[in-house]
Design a protein around this ligand. Structure first.
Ligand SMILES: *[C@@H]1O[C@H](CO)[C@@H](O)[C@H](O)[C@H]1NC(C)=O
Ligand SMILES: *[C@@H]1O[C@H](CO)[C@@H](O)[C@H](O)[C@H]1NC(C)=O
Length: 230
């Protein structure tokens, strides 16, 4: 192919121009702007949770205006087909100095999939109804605390729930039948509480669950545990 002289004449200056602009171009691209993934609504709620627990040491990395997605015990996830990140994981675990109840505020973290309040001897009170407003929850551990009250009925709304650990608390009342009908539930532990009464026979999967998931309660009976005395 024959070179076209007029073509290279046109190309040459534009190449020079590119060289001239390249340094400023790379300068404007680097360093890249610091991107905070934290959604402002999530930050607001997390800071209220920190305040609810009187700013104990567990929350020392939770400081305003820093990326909450990088805070300790918090993770975020990108919402598919958007550039938005939302908090999907919260693990409050192992702190003697954390005193109080589970704040209903957690209902304002609508993208939560994993919620853990664990190993908190001074976490007291009932399991708040607010949890029922979190449709994406699939992994919930509220174990090894000092929670009281019943296993709430409103967990039946959590149709994505795969794991529910409520063991080692002071929960009272019965095992609700709906637990065996949650379509995705594969792991349940309500052992080491004060539960009582027969494990419901109309509870779908309940009879097939491991007996150890129910043991060490006040007076639970019926399959998969020993038969109830009549
Ligand atoms: C926690 O810290 C924030 C400032 O980061 C402050 O406004 C708030 O009053 C503190 N709350 C408690 C209970 O100490
Ligand atoms: C929290 O619980 C532990 C262990 O049960 C206890 O020794 C401690 O005094 C409690 N702390 C507060 C601040 O209440």
């Amino acid at each position: 192919m024959e070179r076209n002289p007029s073509m290279s004449l046109i190309l040459f200056p534009s190449f020079l121009l590119l060289l001239l602009f390249l340094p400023s171009l790379t300068f404007s691209l680097s360093p890249p702007p610091r991107r905070h993934h934290c959604h402002p609504d999530d930050e607001k709620v997390l800071l209220k949770i920190k305040d609810h627990f009187h700013n104990t040491s567990l929350f020392s990395t939770w400081t305003p205006k820093t990326d909450c997605c990088k805070w300790r015990i918090v993770l975020c996830k990108k919402i598919p087909k958007t550039t938005i990140y939302r908090v999907n994981f919260l693990e409050i675990d192992g702190a003697d100095d954390l005193v109080g109840t589970i704040p209903p505020l957690i209902a304002d973290l609508p993208y939560l999939e994993t919620l853990i309040f664990r190993n908190l001897p001074n976490l007291t009170g009932p399991i708040p109804q607010a949890i029922a407003k979190l449709p994406h929850l699939n992994f919930v551990l509220l174990n090894w605390n000092s929670l009281t009250g019943p296993i709430p009925d409103y967990f039946s709304k959590l149709t994505n729930l795969a794991t529910l650990g409520l063991n080692n608390n002071h929960l009272t009342g019965r095992v609700p039948a709906y637990l065996g009908r949650l379509p995705k539930l594969v792991g349940l532990d309500v052992s080491h509480n004060q539960l009582c009464g027969p494990i419901p026979k109309d509870g779908g999967k309940l009879q097939g669950f491991d007996p150890s998931w129910f043991e060490n309660n006040k007076c639970l009976c019926g399959a998969p545990l020993a038969p109830c005395k009549t």
